[in-house]
Design a protein around this ligand. Sequence first.
Ligand code: C5P
Length: 234
Amino acid sequence: MFDNPIFCALDTTDLEVATALAHDLGGAVGGLKLGLEFFYRHGADGYRAIAQSGLPIFLDLKLHDIPNTVAGGLRAVLPLGPAIVNVHAAGGRAMLEAARRTVDEHDGHKPWLIGVTILTSLDDADLTEVGYSDATESQVERMAALCDDCGLDGVVCSPREIAGQRSSRSLGFRLIVPGIRPTDSAAGDQKRVMTPFDAVDTGADVIVVGRPITQAADPVAAAHAIARSLPEAA
Ligand code: C5P
């Protein structure tokens, strides 16, 4: 577990901006999230520049391909030493198990291996269109159970799903939760939001916070304010 559950999403292609934020946020957040936008542009060198901050990194690449290719992708990034990596549950059992084996066989720091269930940008109509017949919540539960069965360490889920997952999974199953908004910040394009306090209080292990920190006039102060707002034991 991380002492501070706040992971700040550095969603930018600007290396200078990301490096400065990473440096400044040390002590205010528990970790940083680097995703497709940053990693496709700056790759391993960019990752290492951000890692100099000393903060744990969630490398959010959402891998989804045949088992052999996902395993190869993971083997390529594991030496960077991320704290958290993720794969799409929709890749299926063989892919999830290959990912599990690859992390287990890695001779070095073993990150949390997390499954992405249903993206929070999709609703029931979108699922029907791509051929899923279950409602979103049942589909999330089905995929989370599969991730659990394949030995993954947890899932990414929306605030709405924390309570359900906490009751159906074991305590050690990690819940990584984006869609976090302090009461005084704009929701932006996030539809299902929750405050940092409520998300952690309901059972999130990590809360992913992007714009409420990165777009604040004073990102460090914003991060500290979120940290202060969390339940005592967090
Ligand atoms: O700026 P904001 O706090 O909305 O950023 C949330 C971060 O979490 C973004 O990097 C976004 O890509 C990510 N994320 C999300 N919903 C998911 C998975 C990831 O918002 N289901």
